[in-house]
Design a protein around this ligand. Structure first.
Ligand code: HEM
Length: 194
């Protein structure tokens, strides 16, 4: 049986302080997030409140998979890079909201768009050995986004990450994305042990 720590709440707090320094920030679709210079990531067992010092706090929760088949999961699990690698000093926080048209689809139709027609899982799996990731769901928490996606990689992997993101953004799945920001980050060396 799972514990609450298997599916923690994760708060991404953007503001003047934090362990991750913003190196670039772009609004891909929809309304922008207010610009910030730092981001902090907090894991909690219970639902976190807003960080008072932060400009914005985005809260999501690690959840169960919805669309991944056993064979895909096994292939992914065999190679997936873990979070927190020392060499992975770059990160991306990409919050995403999908449209009412997406949520009006049935589960099997969403799977067909995401996996079969957009190849999200197979395209992503090509990068999973070098790019660590965490998918947080926030739709049911009533946030401004449906998903808070977080990726960690070494600086030399950023061009490959950019290619991956461009490939996904050109897919049918992304025609259902109505709000997306892309915040790139570098871990602050002095705060690594903090
Ligand atoms: C690094 C390689 C990647 C891999 C291996 C990967 C893999 C996956 C998998 C397996 C799922 C389905 C989870 C489920 O069964 O519910 C998923 C969902 C998702 N991924 Fe990725 N992904 C990658 C990169 C990305 C990138 C770069 C983005 C954003 C630009 C992204 C955004 C999302 C979102 C928003 C979902 C949730 C979709 C939904 O439930 O509608 N992924 N990913």
């Amino acid at each position: 049986m799972g514990t609450p720590l298997d599916r923690p709440f994760v708060a991404f707090a953007g503001g003047p302080t934090g362990h991750w320094e913003v190196t670039a920030s772009a609004t891909i679709t929809g309304s922008p997030l207010p610009p910030v210079s730092r981001v902090d990531v907090h894991e909690r067992v219970g639902l976190p409140g807003p960080d008072q010092a932060a400009t914005w706090t985005l809260v999501g929760r690690v959840s169960n998979g919805r669309y991944t088949r056993r064979t895909e999961l096994d292939a992914l699990t065999a190679i997936q890079a873990p979070l927190g690698r020392r060499a992975a000093s770059r990160a991306a926080l990409i919050p995403i909201r999908k449209s009412p048209a997406w949520w009006a689809l049935a589960q099997d139709e969403r799977r067909a768009v995401l996996a079969e027609r957009s190849q999200h899982i197979s395209v992503g799996t090509r990068h999973a050995g070098t790019i660590a990731r965490r998918l947080c769901h926030s739709r049911d928490l009533g946030g401004a986004f449906d998903f808070l996606t977080w990726f960690e990689f070494a600086p030399e992997q950023e061009p490959a990450f950019d290619e991956l993101v461009a490939e996904l953004r050109g897919s049918l799945e992304w025609s259902y994305v109505e709000r997306e920001s892309d915040i790139r980050l570098a871990r602050r060396p002095s705060n690594r042990a903090a």
